[in-house]
Design a binder for this molecule. Structure first.
Ligand code: PXP
Length: 248
């Protein structure tokens, strides 16, 4: 069953706009869990414009679903991850100041350094995922790092989906087959939304988890957070009956 991990960075961005604890990030994360999210993702960036480093232990202390911390593996970041021991750490090659993650790892060039980091995180019992584009050689190289999973960077899919969805999903379907053969777990994220998610899920065999932030927060402005999370879950056919809740 595919898991929905809700990325709460945008909630933190709104909180940070006024300097007070409103909305309360921990409460929103717990509410997301109550509304059906099966994981919470945070992406603390070096400038802390979204989630701040001090948020991490507060979340870790109370979350009951999968906790995924993603980010660029600087020494500070890796120390923080090891201290807080999330279920999963997703390594992303975004440089300080990046507007958002916009490319996957070149796992061929960075294979040895990634391998060292993966080993360090494994030594602390943390599952690792590498943010990556659907390129065969990079997937084979990712496998050599020892990573448990990869996360497909789905920005290009979302961009091309409106024009030609068959063409947009093809590289991901092909790459998913390679991952399945290599026994690499598959996550996916970036720019997924209620329009393009169902088609992606249907064409990417072995998909285990999607992490979605921006579109959920935008949809929640109109639909409310509870309805929005449950509409996303419906993409992989969990009915409201199975969830035990009625859409409001
Ligand atoms: N995965 C990674 C590595 C990201 O950096 C982000 C954005 O923070 C996401 C997934 C989620 O993307 P979106 O906010 O577009 O849903």
């Amino acid at each position: 069953m595919i898991k929905l991990s809700v990325n709460i960075n945008k909630i933190a961005l709104i909180r940070n706009a006024r300097g007070a604890n409103y909305p309360d990030l921990v409460k929103v994360a717990l509410d997301c869990e109550e509304f059906g999210a099966e994981g919470i993702t945070v992406h603390p960036r070096p400038d802390e414009r979204h989630v701040k480093f001090f948020d991490i232990p507060l979340l870790k202390a109370v979350l009951t679903t999968e906790f995924n911390i993603e980010g660029y593996p600087s020494e500070d970041f890796i120390d923080m991850v090891i201290k807080n021991k999330p279920h999963q750490c997703t390594l992303v090659p975004d440089l300080p100041g990046a507007l958002t993650s916009d490319t996957g790892w070149d796992t061929i060039t960075h294979q040895q350094s990634l391998k060292n980091i993966v080993t360090r995180l494994h030594d602390h019992g943390i599952r690792v995922s590498l943010f990556i584009d659907p390129i065969a050689d990079r997937l084979y190289a990712a496998k050599e790092t020892g990573t448990d999973r990869i996360e497909f960077y789905t920005g290009p899919y979302a961009h091309d989906f409106q024009k030609d969805k068959v063409h947009a999903v093809a590289p991901f379907a092909m790459a998913a087959k390679i991952c399945n053969d290599l026994n690499l777990g598959i996550n996916a994220g970036h720019d997924l939304n209620l329009d393009n998610l169902k088609y992606f899920v249907a064409h990417v065999p072995g998909l285990m988890e999607v992490s979605i932030g921006h579109a959920i927060v935008c949809d929640a402005l109109y639909l409310g957070l509870k309805n929005t999370i449950q509409l996303y879950l419906r993409n992989w056919l969990k009915t409201t009956f199975e969830l035990g809740v009625e859409l409001t």
